[in-house]
Design a protein around this ligand. Structure first.
Ligand code: ATP
Length: 273
């Protein structure tokens, strides 16, 4: 009963704002983009510049912790300086604490592309996109952070380019998730992605790569389900890279090592089409 009452209360006070509402006399809400664990993100129009922006407000039910985590997310975004990572535009003081305003990427997620649009990627295309994505991931690592949430819903595709978003779970190398997040936010992570280390992000990149490779997989009738090694027809170099990403072979300690192998695989494919 208590859990039910608590959930009802939380949904009531976290009820999203409506299109047309104006924040701080400046940002007009156009739509709700999503509700995360501690924030609600809206697509807004900036009344000053006329531009569309993404605005993330703390969930009122999460009180000071949401504001603290939002501040943290803003601090991390501010450390990034990459054309394919959305920029933090502003932090605005608000009766609920603060909210953050960031560049809006009007693309679709890789998840939408694969599951809604049923886009399929060849092995070669997959390598090309992985090279692009890894360039963003390496930027995050070079700034001293591990993203910890590299998944198909957090990669946006716009005009042929991939954007990496959502720094809500990112940690600096050396930080411990127990010291930053609430108990409820601590997820049960596979052992391969528990450490705050480059190879944990690369384990997630491995899964993302599998989603892309499976997009062109067509099972034969009556074929029993098997492992990815059995189901996908992969070149030896792609298989080898996946094994390293999944830490079934020597893991990559630096993103650069994976990028070099991707480049080699692409060169080989281009030399033997
Ligand atoms: N800069 C942005 N441009 C375009 N869409 C964005 C941007 N930032 C977030 N979104 C979209 O807004 C939605 C909510 O994102 P957000 O990162 O706030 O929370 P989440 O990923 O749902 O949850 P959590 O923060 O708990 O990981 C997602 O659908 C995401 O694709």
């Amino acid at each position: 009963m208590f859990a039910w009452l608590r959930n009802t209360y939380q949904s009531w006070i976290d009820y999203p704002k409506q299109p047309g509402d104006i924040l701080s006399g400046r940002y007009r809400i156009l739509s709700l983009l999503g509700m995360g664990s501690y924030g609600l993100t809206y697509l807004c129009q900036d009344g000053q510049s006329g531009q569309e922006v993404a605005v993330k407000l703390p969930r009122p039910s999460k009180r000071a912790k949401a504001v603290q985590l939002l501040q943290r997310e803003a601090d991390i975004m501010q450390q990034m300086d990459h054309p394919y990572i959305p920029k933090l535009l502003e932090r605005v003081k608000h009766p609920n604490g603060m909210y953050l305003v960031m560049e809006y990427i009007s693309g679709r997620t890789l998840e939408d592309l694969i599951f809604e649009e049923e886009r399929s990627f060849s092995e070669r295309e997959c390598i090309v996109y992985m090279l692009e994505l890894m360039e963003r991931v390496m930027h995050v690592h070079e700034r001293g952070y591990i993203h910890r949430d590299i998944r198909i819903p957090n990669v946006l595709y716009r005009e042929g380019k991939l954007y990496l978003i959502d720094f809500g779970l990112a940690l600096a190398v050396g930080e411990r998730q127990e010291d930053v997040f609430t108990e409820a936010m601590l997820d049960k992570r596979a052992p391969e992605r528990q450490d705050v280390a480059v190879y944990s992000d690369l384990y997630d990149v491995g899964h993302l790569m599998l989603f892309m490779l499976y997009s062109s997989y067509e099972p034969q009738p009556d074929q029993p389900p098997g492992s990815w090694q059995e189901e996908l027809k992969l070149s030896p170099s792609v298989r080898h890279m996946l094994e390293r990403l999944f830490q079934m072979g020597p893991r990559y300690e630096h993103s650069r090592q994976f990028i070099l192998e991707l480049e080699e695989a692409l060169q080989q494919m281009e030399a033997n089409p």
